[in-house]
Design a protein around this ligand. Structure first.
Ligand SMILES: [Zn+2]
Length: 94
């Protein structure tokens, strides 16, 4: 009878340890989520980096993608020999 009692006691201790381990793991994961949330808030509060927002780079890329007609200023692709909106001949043809 005494052996059975000690066996049940050991089972109870094992279950208690298992329960405490699971509880700790849940608390740990919740703490991780809270830390990541705080990180996100801090990143949002930070002002945007000034070097990332270059107005010159956007202008350069606009010039590279297409030309503008000297007569009407509308966008003209480099392959066209005349402006589609005003009909001005472009000097690209040779
Ligand atoms: Zn034009």
């Amino acid at each position: 009878m005494e052996g059975l009692f000690s066996f049940l006691f050991l089972c109870f201790i094992g279950l208690l340890i298992l329960y405490l381990t699971i509880q700790w793991a849940i608390d740990h994961s919740q703490m991780k989520a809270e830390i990541s949330e705080i990180k996100e808030i801090l990143l949002k509060l930070q002002p945007p980096h000034p070097s990332e927002n270059h107005p010159d780079s956007s202008l350069l890329s606009d010039k590279n993608t297409g030309e503008s007609c000297p007569g009407c200023g509308s966008k003209v692709t480099g392959q066209e020999s005349a402006c589609p909106s005003c009909g001005l001949r472009l000097a690209d043809e040779q």
